[in-house]
Write a protein of this length. Structure first.
Length: 310
């Protein structure tokens, strides 16, 4: 392309909170703390699940995959953001930015599908306890996990080869990292096709799994109401309520971002919303899903005892 307005962009400028230096320093410490908690909590879950044979069952297979996704997902975006907090004009090459963007899409989509799979696992355990081991057999569990990763890869990465994106206009990304919606708004090729495809892709990735989870938990709730023990009902509702809060934060904020047209310019509100599904949810997942679980606490104690010298 020729001409001043058609020069191909080779790098992007990430705005972040560079216009608010004090807020940017606060953001740095908050992100650093959240990232450390995420790595510790999710890393601990993966290690304990692998090391303790008592946790080798479907629920913890899904949880270990969720923890791995959260580690990779946050590592894809938070460390570069932390570094950019000390740079007045943070730039990133286009190829690096697109790599970060598509990795984030792939991992985020995998988490969407995996959360739906986990909801189905809880439905089978609560509503069909006598047939749980037959329903959630090892072959089905491995197939569900593999399908989550493969379908996410096909939806996130494969379209790149059929609908390539080029950039020849503005190169200012009003975001902390190369978040998909913020980047694709700057594309100058196939803009309309990309927008239609992104919204169409968000429906099976976000809307359908979210509705499936809601319906599943409604059926779980109805099953819990039939439990005669008040203590049992209270425990079940507490667990389901915690799960639903995390799921609602993740899906709600992601849908508010990815179901909007590309034409709308990114705002500070969009950046803050992205922190919920990109930072808060990965940090809370191990605490909500696992570390409050007595079985996990006992497993942690067993693993520590094995490692301590006698």
């Amino acid at each position: 392309m020729t001409g001043e307005n058609n020069t191909m962009v080779t790098e992007f400028v990430l705005v972040g909170l560079s216009n608010h230096p004090r807020a940017q320093m606060v953001l740095f410490w908050l992100l650093l703390i959240a990232y450390c908690i995420t790595l510790f909590g999710n890393g601990l879950m993966v290690l304990v699940i692998i090391a303790d044979s008592h946790l080798h069952n479907p629920m913890y297979l899904f949880l270990s995959n969720l923890s791995l996704i959260d580690i990779f997902f946050t590592t894809n975006s938070i460390p570069p953001t932390l570094t950019n907090c000390f740079i007045a004009r943070a730039t990133i090459p286009v190829t690096n930015c697109l790599t970060q963007m598509y990795c984030g899409l792939f991992l985020g989509m995998t988490e969407c599908f995996l959360l739906a799979v986990m909801a189905y696992d809880r439905f089978a355990a609560v509503c069909h306890p006598l047939h749980y081991t037959l329903i959630m057999n090892s072959r089905l569990c491995i197939s569900l996990v593999a399908s989550s990763w493969i379908i996410a890869f096909l939806l996130a990465v494969v379209p790149v080869f059929f609908i390539p994106v080029s950039f020849c206009g503005p190169n200012i990304i009003n975001h902390f990292s190369c978040e998909a919606q913020a980047v694709l708004k700057l594309g100058c090729s196939n803009a309309r096709i990309n927008e239609i495809f992104s919204i169409a892709r968000a429906i099976p990735v976000l809307v359908v799994p979210f509705l499936f989870i809601m319906v599943t938990y409604i059926r779980i709730g109805l099953a819990v109401l039939r439990i005669r023990s008040a203590e049992g009902r209270s425990k079940a509702f507490s667990t389901c309520g915690s799960h639903l809060i995390v799921v609602s934060i993740f899906y709600g904020t992601a849908m508010s971002t990815y179901l909007q047209p590309h034409g709308r310019s990114s705002s500070d509100r969009d950046k803050l919303i992205s922190l919920f599904y990109g930072v808060v949810t990965p940090m809370l997942n191990p605490m909500i899903y696992s570390l409050r679980n007595k079985e996990v606490k006992r497993a942690v104690c067993r693993v520590i005892k094995k490692k301590l010298p006698k």
